[in-house]
Design a binder for this molecule. Structure first.
Ligand code: BES
Ligand code: ZN
Ligand code: ZN
Length: 488
């Protein structure tokens, strides 16, 4: 969707107005009183995300007016504005309008963050994964939105719109990767996409290294190779690197990229497998970050490390009871081949450790337990540095992505002791603290520096359309990661 900025309302396209509940009024709008009276006549009260469509008589600022309720004024946050933006897009779409205007409501203390949230709401709801639908030629409506802001805010609004567009479009790019069928989005195809992302960033100090099976074996990545054994598709490790001049800090982003998780020989039940094309969402979000990096140029060195393979139960598949040796020399007894994410991350984290980054962030759809604990809107976070968690949480607050910390209780490590290897891939205490166990396992492969593990099993995927999220991949936590990088 094209987004314009203006400080004038035009009569030509529909006008969206945001209205609070209780003190229902429209400031600075000619005919505002009349419009509201008509809306009330339709039963509109300003309730959160309710809408009313009106065709006011001459004298009004536009011939078609759409009111979107924001609910009680005292509860309005930037997330309300983001969601109201999505409501506006859907309403205008249902009216088959090509373009519309939306008056920035000026309700938040910080006007730039309000415009930022509004733009994100518009861009994120301008998404559909319809390339496999027969009528894919149909253009998504609306095609154009104009934000109306008062003249004194135009300059800062321009910056907010620019940033929101880049970040939200990167999130939509990630959604596409996650939504693609698993037989298309193989490890090899993700490598091709990583190369495309690199080509775009080449002139902005981005480089790429791609490790194939033989190199992985040479580096001693027995854990990633073990997971790959049951698959007909070759594994890869991708290392993207952005090094701007004068950077004083470095961050390594490490992503789980299981392009399909069947569970391996510890096969998942059919229903649990239905969404397992999304098990590469962590790796995909890192590609989203690198897609945006050349445009926003953060002042920090960034490594993106993607561990890519399928987890399949082929004839050569790794088996419960097998012992794998990771790159850092630790041996792992595999008791459940469905706990494969931690195995591929073991090698990817050990690889990242060799780069000696100041901060390591791993991103993984790691445990179903995290969905049980925090639901589908909140990611679990575990690590060795509370300040780093707070920075991530704050970056998330800027874009409506939520994180909650879980404690890495070291006593629980007892359950990971193996009688035959250095560590097991699942705990002998089966039904407890599954997400924390995953974090404790990963910790054994982190080599120094500040580290945080983000378990995105819940929020990487949405079972249904929800405000600005469409059904399927959500793009989580691409926008948070970018805000975090910009905050350094
Ligand atoms: N990819 C899954 C986790 C997952 C589940 C992500 C549901 C998104 C939605 C992961 O590889 C897995 O299967 N984990 C197991 C771990 C268990 C065997 C210790 C799980 O969560 O059951
Ligand atoms: Zn699994
Ligand atoms: Zn998995």
């Amino acid at each position: 969707m094209k987004i314009n900025l203006s400080s004038f309302v035009s009569k030509k396209t529909p006008l969206v107005l945001f209205v609070c509940e209780k003190d229902l009024f429209l400031p600075n709008i000619p005919e505002g009183k009349k419009i509201l009276e008509d809306a009330k006549g339709q039963g509109f009260t300003g309730k959160e995300f309710s809408t009313a469509t009106l065709q006011p008589a001459s004298g009004s600022p536009s011939s078609l007016v759409v009111l979107v309720g924001l609910g009680d004024k005292k509860n309005i946050s930037s997330e309300t504005i983001r969601r109201a933006g999505a409501t506006a897009v859907k309403r205008v779409r249902s009216l088959a309008q090509k373009s519309f205007q939306v008056l920035n409501p000026n309700l938040l203390k910080n006007v730039s963050s309000e415009i930022y949230a509004l733009t994100e709401g518009l861009v994120l709801s301008d998404y559909a994964f319809n390339k496999y639908k027969s009528n894919k030629e149909e253009k998504m409506l609306p095609e154009e939105a104009t934000l109306i802001v008062s003249e004194k805010y135009l300059d800062s609004a321009k910056e907010s719109v620019h940033l929101a567009k880049i970040l939200s479009e990167s999130a939509c790019f990630v959604r596409n990767l996650v939504n693609e069928p698993p037989s298309h989005m193989t490890p090899g195809n993700l490598v091709s996409l990583a190369k495309e992302v690199w080509k775009e960033g080449k002139s902005s100090s981005v480089s790429i290294k791609i490790y194939e099976k033989e190199s992985l074996a040479k580096m001693g990545m027995g854990s990633l190779l073990g997971v790959n054994r049951g698959s007909a598709e070759p594994p890869f490790l991708v290392h993207l690197h952005y090094k701007p001049q004068g950077a004083r800090q470095s961050v390594a982003l490490v992503g789980k990229g299981i392009t399909f998780d069947s569970g391996g020989l510890s096969l998942k039940p059919a229903e649990a497998m239905e969404t397992m094309k999304m098990d590469m969402a962590g790796a995909a979000s890192i590609l989203g970050v690198f897609r945006a990096i050349p445009q926003i140029k953060p002042k920090v060195e960034v490594h993106g490390i993607l561990a890519l393979t399928e987890n399949m139960p082929g004839g050569k598949a790794y088996k419960p009871g097998d012992i794998l040796k990771a790159m850092n020399g630790k041996t792992i007894e595999v008791l459940n081949t469905d706990a494969e994410g931690r195995l591929v991350l073991a090698d990817a984290l050990a690889y990242a450790g060799k780069l000696k980054p100041d901060v390591t962030i791993d991103i993984a759809t790691l445990t179903g337990a995290c969905i049980i604990a925090l639901g589908s809107l909140v990611a679990g976070a575990m690590g060795n540095d509370d300040t780093l968690f707070q920075q991530i949480q704050k970056a998330g607050e800027m874009c409506g992505e939520k994180f909650w910390q879980l404690p890495l209780i070291s006593d629980y490590k007892e359950g990971l002791k193996s009688p035959v290897a250095d560590i097991k891939n699942i705990s002998s205490v089966r039904k407890e603290a599954g997400s924390i166990i995953g974090g404790l396992f990963l910790q054994e492969f982190v080599n120094g520096g500040h580290w945080i593990h983000l378990d995105i099993a819940g929020p990487a995927w949405s079972d249904k359309e929800f405000h600005y999220l469409s059904q399927g991949g959500t793009g989580f936590p691409t926008r948070t990661l970018l805000h975090y990088l910009l905050s350094i």
